[in-house]
Design a binder for this molecule. Structure first.
Ligand code: KG4
Ligand code: ZN
Length: 360
């Protein structure tokens, strides 16, 4: 089976071709192409994603990205069996570009179109890097827009059991990075700065910051208090050093903030993951999404998994950030369940709205 997939929920336009063989117990995935056209350089000028600019950029490049994906895969459009597309959640104008393109392609080929949940697709990326993965498993998706924990009972049944009640982990990394003078998106640079700080012996506890792990039995997080506390610390530091908002912070402050913030995020997430794995009896945890690239988070979650005797599966960075290959995998499982949409398929900014319409 050949799945063609489209991803356009935020600031990457991506198209992918996935070949799936169904011999044996598990499907065997062969990724034939995964083209990603990133808009990051455009949005960097504004310090974050500007929705209308993002939608227009998707419209400009989506046909070319699709053609490149087919060329690189070496397939003809007539070989495609189904078109999978991210239909929710995301920026609505961006999603509409991808879903309209996917519907047009599917109807011109006379094949079904399959609406995909972007967050669940992040976890499905792990099927491409871990041939032994099969549901049930636990999943942690940490991205620029989501921090969610799921029970994955079957390939198409994701039950959310915890997550952020406000900002996402990646958004918090980006905002705090901006506060200390980094450009958008700041996650990778924050990762490197924290590493440098720890290697220089900076103590994360020197700046007292609240944990994003909410107290009690819940598996929920809140990142807004942590973000505000970090901003307040930086503002009072600026005052005490008589620096204006435009003056760069001293290197030692940048390193101290990167270390303390990273520690708060990683230990907060690790704490809830430990509780999650303690409550469930999974033998595998998938961690995916753009923030899964964070080396400190990987170490902290790997440590928790080791202590709980659970295997950890993290896709490579290229499959953690937004891409259509993950949408193609989710598409394959949706096709197997017959979760097709008709020609009136729409896109939805929120999961709540989508779930009233789609069965997945
Ligand atoms: O999954 P993704 O590509 O897009 C969304 O669906 O949101 O995630 C992008 C997010 C950005 O916030 C970026 O700063 C963050 O992932 N990120 C990182 C790292 N690499 C990317 N955050 C922390 N550490 C990293 N190494
Ligand atoms: Zn994403």
């Amino acid at each position: 089976m050949i799945i063609f997939a489209v991803e356009s929920s935020c600031d990457e336009t991506s198209c992918s071709v996935l070949s799936v063989e169904e011999r044996g117990e598990r499907p065997s995935f062969r990724l034939l192409s995964n083209i990603v056209a990133s808009q990051i350089e455009t949005h960097r000028l504004f310090g974050g994603v500007v929705p209308e600019i993002a939608s227009r950029a998707h419209a400009e490049v989506i046909s070319g990205t699709a053609r490149r994906a087919m060329n690189e895969a070496g397939i003809a459009p007539s070989e495609i069996d189904a078109v999978a597309v991210t239909a929710y959640p995301g920026l609505i104008g961006c999603l509409l570009v991808g879903t309209s393109f996917a519907k047009g392609l599917a109807s011109s080929l006379g094949v079904p179109v399959v609406p995909i949940n972007h967050i669940e697709a992040h976890a499905d990326a792990a099927y491409l890097s871990d041939a032994s993965l099969s549901a049930p498993f636990g999943a942690l998706v940490v991205s620029g827009s989501h921090t969610s924990i799921y029970d994955v009972s079957s390939p198409t049944v994701f039950t959310p059991v915890g997550g952020s009640r406000d900002d996402a982990a990646g958004e918090a990394f980006d905002k705090v990075g901006r506060i200390i003078g980094l450009s958008y998106p700041a996650g990778r640079e924050m990762d490197e700065l924290a590493r440098e700080a720890f290697s220089l012996g900076v103590n994360a506890g020197d700046i007292a910051l609240p944990s994003p792990a909410l107290p009690g039995d819940t598996l929920d997080f809140s990142f807004s208090g942590l973000k505000t506390a970090t901003l307040n610390y930086v503002n009072s530091k600026r005052q005490s050093l008589r620096l204006s908002e435009d003056d760069p912070l001293p290197e030692e402050t940048v390193l101290a903030v990167a270390a303390a913030f990273t520690d708060a995020v990683t230990s907060g997430i690790a704490k809830k993951v430990s509780r999650f794995l303690g409550e469930r009896k999974y033998d595998k945890l998938v961690m995916a999404g753009g923030v899964a690239a964070n080396s400190h988070l990987r170490e902290a979650v790997a440590d928790v998994c080791r202590k709980r005797g659970v295997a950890l599966s993290v896709p490579p960075v290229s499959l953690c950030r937004d891409n259509a290959a993950m949408v193609a995998v989710a598409g394959y499982f949706a096709v197997k369940e017959g979760l097709f949409a008709d020609s009136s398929m729409n896109a939805y900014a929120s999961e709540e709205a989508a779930k009233k319409v789609f069965s997945r």
